[in-house]
Write a protein that binds this ligand. Structure first.
Ligand code: GLN
Length: 251
């Protein structure tokens, strides 16, 4: 679906959630737009109207963002957004501390940590929402991944990164890997969690395969904006099929 066709159908009585996709021009590999689209549809299924706003370097940052989503990027894309991200950092930190739900994948997950030392010798400072450090490795960690999360149950996806991330302090992992690599090759953790912010290496089709994560983002956004969230029963039979098939795939 072309981005321009995904616009809200709104009536004045509807409650609207504004989803801001961070840096789609430079940080949108492996179908990260698909996550935004999927999140928007899930929010609509729960009865909310949605508005999707792109934020690229130099744009005016939307003050009333309800959910932030940011995608993966190559080391070069990460360098392009670096300056802008740091200008935005105080605002993003404040929003994170105030409970704005956020999902950041791979390249942006790394930059939400404290630093990323790339294999090319660049030292990219992160914005420190996560107490995490990433170091570029010689090998890429690529393949299907399955992990268990206390909050979200079984999480299924695909990883492709060379950065190796280590968490510390009050940042908890998102999940423990049961198939695949995750944050690094040493511990079995994957992703990061703090406030209502989720960082993960799981790409593109994360949200279509893991609607429980969309539900979390929508719930936190709705509670924050409207004071409550009414969870609708959604028919997930197709999702369950997709999850079973993805989980059964070899690494
Ligand atoms: N450049 C980063 C890495 O390889 C992130 C890659 C990505 O977002 N897939 O670790």
């Amino acid at each position: 679906i072309p981005r321009e066709q995904e616009q809200p159908e709104r009536s004045s009585s509807e409650k609207t959630l504004k989803i801001v996709q961070l840096y789609p021009r430079d940080m949108n590999i492996y179908g990260d737009w698909g996550n935004t689209l999927s999140l928007s549809r899930r929010a609509q299924a729960h009865g909310y109207a949605t508005e999707i706003v792109d934020y690229n370097p130099g744009d005016t940052f939307p003050q009333d963002a309800d959910i932030l989503v940011g995608g993966g990027g190559q080391d070069s894309g990460q360098t392009v957004i670096q300056e802008d991200l740091h200008a935005l950092a105080p605002q993003l930190k404040e929003m994170a501390e105030n409970g704005t739900p956020m999902l950041v994948i791979c390249g942006l997950y790394q930059l939400f940590g404290k630093e990323f030392r790339t294999i090319g010798g660049d030292n990219l400072a992160g914005i420190g929402i996560f107490d995490a450090v990433t170091v570029g490795g010689k090998e890429r960690l690529i393949g299907n991944i399955v992990e268990e999360s206390e909050e979200f149950g079984t999480v299924i996806g695909y990883e492709n990164h060379s950065g190796l991330t280590t968490l510390s302090g009050s940042t908890r992992p998102l999940a423990t890997v049961t198939k695949g690599e995750g944050n690094n090759t040493e511990d079995s953790y994957e992703g990061a969690r703090i406030h209502n912010v989720i960082g993960t290496y799981l790409h593109g089709s994360l949200l279509p395969k893991n609607p429980q994560i969309s539900d979390f983002l929508v719930e936190k956004a709705a509670e924050k904006k409207f004071g409550s969230f009414e969870k609708k029963q959604i028919d997930d039979s197709l999702v369950e099929k997709a999850r079973a098939s993805a989980a059964a795939r070899p690494r």
